[in-house]
Design a protein around this ligand. Structure first.
Ligand code: 5GP
Ligand code: ZN
Length: 406
């Protein structure tokens, strides 16, 4: 940030912001205006840190009130009449003693373990890669315990698929688009002559690019549902597993390894009747509880909601909460006094079955659910709790890394 052009805007929210919405609203403010660099939110006050080109004369009164008006729209839409979701805690091991208290980012940087290519885009070094491999092993063992069928899914996802599952309405802010040059010799020639990067990004003739037909995939399990779409579910039930790179644009919320634009997720996916999905989701949770106990991870499993965009937020969150659709595994980050979702247990009811026309033997739409683990996050949370000295680690992890030394 250029200190000369930094500017602060402070005002009271149109309605008081309940404590439980402070984080959700702060993270949405990143998408409200391109000038917003960061925001601080408390129940009675919003502070925006803005950038603006050219310090001369500051920001016009008109522009300031435009930004304030957009922020108030977010506040009203998300906080007015909001009902506090009841947090249900299924497992509480948050207070398990752990040996490390410091912020692992400083050490990761000092060891050249991470190299940042852009905001939210990191390369990971040998230690993180091996830790991820270790945790992958645990998740694959979970998948194997269900006899899950392995799949490999593409990173691209067709726009029309995402449209079919209402993704544009629910999560527009986090979409990542893909295009290519138009199949036109002149356009390709022009691009190759003129394309250049400056501090704003890639500069190229505006008509270089083809219409967007694909996006970068935001989730793993969707691809299975698309593969099963518009037909009866084979055998009436399916259990599958896959690992994949997922993309969720997070604007200025992209900090450290806690939030990445691209991250890796391992999922175990259940497709079948309601009871089949719910029972297996529960079995998966109980099996993972044993793994986390063995490791001594400090964490909690609690009800949660997906980060729906502003317009859909209130309704969808109330719905997810009422039907207990999502539970998150939240690992403690001792240095921050906070928790981080390293995985989730999800039940989608018959949402995908209905929208994608996947039918059970009785002709009704299938139900789906998935358990999903964020691989970068679990490795990061592990280091935040256990640090970098292998003698402080659970024996099992120490042995794994020792055996798999490059
Ligand atoms: P969900 O589908 O519940 O949103 O995501 C499943 C898991 O993927 C999360 O519990 C988390 O571990 C991981 N995940 C989701 N979003 C991000 C992100 O922005 N960055 C990282 N590193 N992991 C994420
Ligand atoms: Zn999923």
């Amino acid at each position: 940030m250029n200190a000369q052009t930094a500017l602060t805007l402070q005002f009271a929210p149109a309605v008081p912001i309940p404590d439980y919405l402070v984080g959700e609203i702060r993270s949405k403010l990143a998408y409200v205006d391109e000038l917003i660099l960061s925001a601080e939110v408390s129940p009675e006050q919003i502070t925006l840190h803005l950038s603006h080109p050219g310090a001369e004369g500051g920001l016009s009164a008109e522009r300031r009130s435009e930004i304030e008006e957009k922020v108030q729209r977010v506040v009203l839409s998300m906080a007015k009449g909001a009902i506090k979701p009841k947090i249900q805690i299924l497992e509480d091991h948050l207070e398990r003693p752990v040996p490390y208290q410091a912020d692992p980012m400083a050490e990761l940087i000092a060891r050249d373990e991470i190299s940042q290519e852009a905001q939210g885009v990191f390369s990971l070094g040998p230690l993180l890669s091996q830790l991820i491999d270790y945790f992958e092993g645990q998740f694959i063992a979970l998948a194997d315990s269900f006899g899950a069928q392995p799949y490999r899914f593409p990173i691209l996802i067709p726009a029309r698929y995402l449209e079919r599952v209402n993704y544009f309405r629910a999560f527009p802010h986090s979409l990542s688009f893909v295009t290519h040059l138009r199949e036109d010799l002149q356009a390709i020639d022009q691009f190759s002559q003129q394309a250049a990067c400056d501090e704003h990004g890639l500069q190229a003739p505006p008509d270089s690019f083809a219409q967007i037909q694909h996006l970068l995939s935001p989730a793993v399990c969707y691809h299975l549902y698309f593969a099963l779409a518009d037909k009866p579910l084979p055998g009436g039930q399916v259990i599958a597993t896959a690992v994949g790179t997922c993309f969720r644009y997070e604007s200025s919320n992209l900090v450290s390894l806690e939030r990445l634009w691209n991250f890796t997720m391992r999922e175990v996916i259940f497709v079948g009747s309601k009871d089949f999905v719910l029972e297996n989701r529960e079995i998966a949770r109980l099996r993972m509880a044993q793994v986390f106990e063995r490791l001594g991870l400090a964490y909690r499993v609690e009800s949660a909601n997906d980060p729906f965009f502003i317009g859909e937020f209130r309704k969808q969150v109330a719905f997810q909460s009422a039907f207990q659709l999502k539970f998150e595994i939240r690992a403690r980050l001792p240095f921050a006094g906070s928790t981080l979702a390293v995985g989730s247990y999800n039940y989608h009811q018959d949402f995908f079955g209905r929208n994608l026309n996947i039918t059970l033997p009785d002709g009704s739409p299938t139900h789906t659910g998935c358990v999903a683990f964020g691989l970068e996050r679990i490795a990061y949370a592990f280091l935040a709790q256990f640090g970098f000295d292998p003698s402080d680690w659970p024996t099992e992890v120490r042995d794994y890394l020792q055996e798999h030394k490059p």
